[in-house]
Design a protein around this ligand. Sequence first.
Ligand SMILES: [Zn+2]
Length: 90
Amino acid sequence: MIQLTTAANLENAIAKARTVKPRVHVNAFGSYTVTNKQTGATYSVECLKQDGKRFAHCSCEAGKRGRACYHLAAAVAAHIQLATERAASH
Ligand SMILES: [Zn+2]
C-alpha cells in the first residue's frame, strides 16, 4: 500500500505506463484490473481514501513491497478520471 501524495512519487511509474500502455479494466470505482498486453499478465489495483488521504495498492511483486509500479500508475490515472467524471455529474 502506498500513499498518493503528489504526482512526483509516481513520475517514473507514469512514464513507464505511457511506454507499456497496459489495459485498465474498471471492476468498480476504486477496483481495477491492469493487463500487460505483451505478456498477458494481470494485476489487481485498489484505490481507496482513508482519513482524507489517498492510497493505492497493486498485487504485483513491486506493489507488495510498497513500490509505485506502472500498473498502479495506470490504474490511478483511470481512477482520477473516473472520480473527476463523478464529481462533474453531481
Ligand atoms: Zn503493479
